[in-house]
Design a protein. Sequence first.
Lengths: 114, 111
Amino acid sequence: GAVVSQHPSWVICKSGTSVKIECRSLDFQATTMFWYRQFPKQSLMLMATSNEGSKATYEQGVEKDKFLINHASLTLSTLTVTSAHPEDSSFYICRLTGTSDEQYFGPGTRLTVT
Amino acid sequence: EDKVVQSPLSLVVHEGDTVTLNCSYEVTNFRSLLWYKQEKKAPTFLFMLTSSGIEKKSGRLSSILDKKELFSILNITATQTGDSAVYLCAVLIQGAQKLVFGQGTRLTINP
């Protein structure tokens, strides 16, 4: 399977600051990347879908100006949480798909906003 | 709206017991149903089911899909403490490649 990394794996930031999370694939060309968040004891909720070189499509209720997604290449997507607040504290996971049925999850990033 | 519902939400059993986890769905453009195990980090893949009635098996775990009744079950026999985890069911949407997750079943195996 592909090697997918997320950086950072864990971050604590102060309320009002912005945090950038990277999802990187070492050996898989991800034509589509999905960003999920998972609150404690809850399931994964899809936030947005991005295709390489295009603007992301956001799910209902997810603010596109707050969660900036950039899918600049087939191996890198970034999620920036702008002006983070404590309620944004969550586990953020990327999922990658390509042209076949293969799909991979990143290991996740735990964000804590104080 | 696409919906995936799992039951029970939580289950506590003794080591050695057999458990059955349920997943029902209501989605447009169904492609496949997937089961994942999640411990502390990202989900790990267990099964992908596309055809009805064909059981998939991996060791003590097995799963089957019923596309007429729109549900799937995941069975774990001779459970071990290492099976304790959250089990997630997800439906893959045709075309969009979107995965819609159920709420998960938190399984606890006591020694």
